[in-house]
Design a protein around this ligand. Structure first.
Ligand SMILES: *Cc1c(COP(=O)(O)O)cnc(C)c1O
Length: 426
């Protein structure tokens, strides 16, 4: 059914949106900015802005070292327990530490050592490149002849589910140690069926390691129900934790005592302040910590997570689907005739919360939108304009205006004035 393309319809959808009130909980420094990059860097929660002042002036400025015992030392586990509520995990199965890439390294090495008789690692070519680099580095370091199989997506949009099933049922299945995938992939937004893949992986006797960076806070996830073994994820995207805020990791409870952190540091010891000279792994998730947490940035994660817990993942997901379907409706009406292609799955059941639209002039369109048209998406080569929908603050009016300007930029050839060269960060 064609959608209504008039602005009044967008305003009516906003007026009927039960989550609309959450937008005011974020800092809107420029109320006219159409921000569609919450899947890369989430907005600043008002509560985080206030907390930052308290952390710097009181907690650090006045309390100094005393703050370690007043909410700093236990922050990795406390905030991890809250994130657990967003991803279907138990509070003691998640902890916050380090960057996503580093957590992937720790858990991949731990898993490969645990499944030491097996040599194969499966992933796909839609995965985040850093994940592949980390796996390549881990293989070099372990020097045990591991083979990284990068399965090819059939179309650059959907996950290679058939190739994966074939690998996991084929003659080499009992050599597979680890299957690691982005749950929602960063370019097309394709989302795997976590439970179905995990079942196949377990049938082959291997472990799963899910990168939740583009899912957490946008898509309901149930790690426990899926029987997932390991997961990692980012906090500065849909969790709104702030630029470079530390990441989280999840280890299924009955695996925790069987895996060891390869970066064994004092924060992963049972009692760091006893300063024993021999490393002992702590019980539970604490063993996956390494060194002192980046407290000022770690603490900033909590307000954004609290907001998502308050709004509820199911409500957020239903708004995200409604908004992404609305955007696709506008694409069909306005943008497809101008050469924009849908580079995301058409069926919302297989999508996260961002939509990629391809165009031959994608980069120049992106630059025109950002520099002069007040719309902030991002760009992923070769031609993807990524439009991130963060249902906790994105409005239907934002989506309507963004689509109208994307139409204008091509219809009026506004993009021709922009260079086809990429800035360092897109
Ligand atoms: C954003 C993202 C990361 C980020 O990794 P960092 O170590 O924080 O730079 C990793 N994986 C995926 C899938 C991502 O989307």
């Amino acid at each position: 059914m064609p959608i209504r393309t008039d602005a009044a319809y967008a305003r009516a959808l906003d007026a009927a949106d039960p989550l609309a009130k959450y937008r005011a909980r974020f800092v809107m420094a420029d109320p006219d900015l159409i921000y569609l990059d919450g899947n890369s860097l989430g907005r600043l929660p008002v509560a985080a802005q206030q907390l930052a002042v308290d952390v710097v002036t009181r907690q650090w400025g006045q309390q100094l070292i005393r703050s370690w015992n007043e909410g700093w030392f236990d922050a990795p586990a406390r905030i991890g327990a809250k994130i657990a509520g967003l991803i279907g995990a138990q509070p003691d199965e998640v902890i916050v530490a380090d960057a996503t890439s580093i957590n992937l390294f720790k858990l991949a090495v731990a898993a490969l050592r645990h499944r030491r008789e097996r040599r194969r690692i499966l992933t796909d070519d839609l995965n985040f490149p850093s994940d592949l680099y980390i796996l390549q580095g881990a293989i070099d370091l372990l020097e045990r002849g591991h083979v990284l199989r990068v399965l090819q997506s059939p179309d650059g949009i959907h996950g290679p589910v058939e190739a994966l099933a074939t690998e996991l049922a084929g003659g080499l299945a009992d050599d597979v140690a680890l299957v690691t995938l982005s749950h929602t992939v960063f370019k097309s937004g394709y989302t795997y069926d976590m439970a179905a893949v995990t079942r196949q992986v377990h049938a082959a006797g291997a472990l799963t390691l899910w990168d939740l960076s583009h899912s957490v806070g946008a898509v309901p996830i149930d790690l426990n129900a899926a029987g997932a073994d390991l997961a990692i994820g980012c906090t500065y995207k849909y969790l709104n934790g702030g630029p470079g805020a530390p990441a989280f990791l999840y280890v299924r409870r009955n695996l925790q005592e069987r895996l060891l952190n390869p970066i064994s540091g004092w924060w992963g010891q049972p009692a760091p302040f006893q300063f024993g000279l021999d490393y002992q792994p702590a019980q539970g998730m604490q063993r996956f910590l390494t060194g002192t947490a980046p407290i000022t940035s770690l603490l900033m994660i909590e307000p954004g997570v609290d907001l998502l817990l308050e709004a509820g993942m199911d409500a957020l997901r239903s708004k995200s689907i409604q908004q992404s379907e609305y955007l696709i409706g506008l694409w069909e009406a306005w943008l497809a005739p101008l050469g924009y292609r849908l580079n995301s799955p058409r069926d919302p059941a297989w999508r996260g919360s961002h939509i990629s639209l391809g165009h031959e002039e994608g980069l120049r369109i992106d630059l025109a939108l950002i520099r002069d048209l007040g719309v902030l998406p991002d760009f992923r080569s070769p031609d993807n304009i990524r439009l991130g929908i963060a249902p906790i603050y994105t409005t239907y009016a934002d989506i309507h205006t963004a689509a109208a300007r994307m139409q204008q930029v091509v219809a009026d050839q506004l993009y021709v004035r922009y260079p086809a060269e990429k800035p360092a960060v897109t």
